[in-house]
Design a protein around this ligand. Structure first.
Ligand SMILES: *Cc1c(COP(=O)(O)O)cnc(C)c1O
Length: 360
């Protein structure tokens, strides 16, 4: 068996030990004689998996008691619609910050349900910066303020949490949840799809402060209603049981690896190295303002775009896969989530240096 280093933005690389454990338990989960995928979601075996999943997430992120933790379907994209439907609470306006492609999608969807005030927009910098908080136009009467903590495509990441008083902060952490410590109590909602940093695709984590639930719009689909899902243990309909199990294994792996603090350190080290290699080269560059560079997704371009194809071909021959940048921005992107080992980043840096020597 030979595994490559997979720099895909999502679905993305998983810890090898998790895959091995899933393989080991595939046919017979702990003496039950069945696979987790064959179990009733109402049975005691699966309920024990579900309980551990939730308690491990609460532990890892230190989620306060006054928050509900939901495991839903429909991805972060489903939440783009579910959020306004759940928490407008009779208001007709929400604030959104536009820092890139994912923010823009959230904004577009929210406009179906309410007036959107774009409080800050990084479009003028071609999404390579985050506008200064002092320049944000936030209407304190709006229902909430939404932003995207890490722009997966542009490689831009918030380095702290903006503070606008009592207005509930709603944050898309799809591509950086579990990568660094975060104070959940600062947020109204934190949500994330699973396929970047938590497991395979198919689970959407929603962490919501309890005063924000119970007033959803009447027309909301029940599966998106936080209150109904909470009252049913996120099992209003049949959950993605096997994916819950796999996310659970990833959470155990994070715990065994030293928790969020260890992830944070490991991610910092990997990203610093890679950015330094890019900075020191004459061939590669990263357009993002230094203070807001993402530790998860590192986009870079080659000085001569005609070399892109050759770069990707040779990288792939070295077992360095999925480095092609998003079609909307071109160039390259290395996604280096929690599960990307430091050796993977080292191998990429070595390859980049060698390629530059031969083609620079
Ligand atoms: C991937 C991603 C999404 C979309 O997730 P889906 O599961 O495809 O809906 C939304 N926001 C961010 C920041 C992402 O990285």
């Amino acid at each position: 068996m030979s595994r490559i280093f997979n720099f895909s933005a999502g679905p993305s690389t998983l810890p090898e030990s998790v895959l091995l454990q899933a393989k080991e338990e595939l046919l017979d989960w702990r003496g039950t004689g069945m696979s987790v995928m064959e179990m009733s979601h109402r049975g005691k075996e699966f309920l024990s998996i579900a309980e551990e999943l939730k308690s491990d997430l609460i532990d890892l992120l230190d989620i306060p008691d006054n928050y509900k933790v939901l495991f839903l379907q429909g991805g972060a994209t489903g939440q783009f619609a579910a959020i306004p439907q759940n928490i407008l609470q009779g208001k007709d306006k929400a604030c959104y910050v536009n820092t890139g492609a994912w923010s823009a999608k959230a904004i577009k969807e929210a406009k179906k349900y309410c007036d959107v005030l774009v409080s800050a927009d990084a479009k003028d910098s071609n999404f390579t910066s985050i506008p200064d908080y002092s320049a944000w136009n936030v209407d304190r009467e709006a229902a909430y303020l939404h932003y995207t903590d890490n722009e997966t495509i542009h490689g831009v990441e918030f380095q702290d949490v903006p503070d606008f008083g009592d207005i509930p902060l709603v944050c898309d952490m799809s591509s950086n949840i579990l990568s660094r410590s975060v104070d959940i109590s600062k947020f109204g909602i934190v949500y994330a799809g699973s396929q970047k940093n938590m497991g395979p695709a198919g689970v959407t984590v929603v962490i919501v402060r309890d005063d924000l639930i119970g007033n959803a719009e009447k027309s909301i689909a029940s599966v998106f209603d936080y209150d109904q899902q909470d009252n049913n243990g996120s099992m209003l309909n049949t959950p993605a049981t096997y994916n819950w199990y796999l996310v659970g294994l990833v959470l155990k792996w994070v715990k065994q690896s030293g928790g969020i603090a260890a992830m944070q350190q490991h991610n910092r080290a990997k990203a610093d190295k890679l950015y330094q290699a890019i900075e020191q080269s004459a061939l590669y560059s990263n357009p993002v303002e230094k203070t807001v560079r993402s530790r998860m997704n590192v986009p870079f371009v080659l000085a001569n775009a005609e070399l892109d194809k050759e770069f990707l071909k040779l990288a792939s021959e070295r077992g360095l896969s999925s480095l092609k940048g998003h079609r909307s921005v071109g160039g390259m992107r290395a996604s280096i989530y929690n599960a990307m080992p430091e050796q993977g980043v080292n191998a990429l840096i070595d390859f980049m240096a060698e390629f530059e020597k031969n083609h620079g």
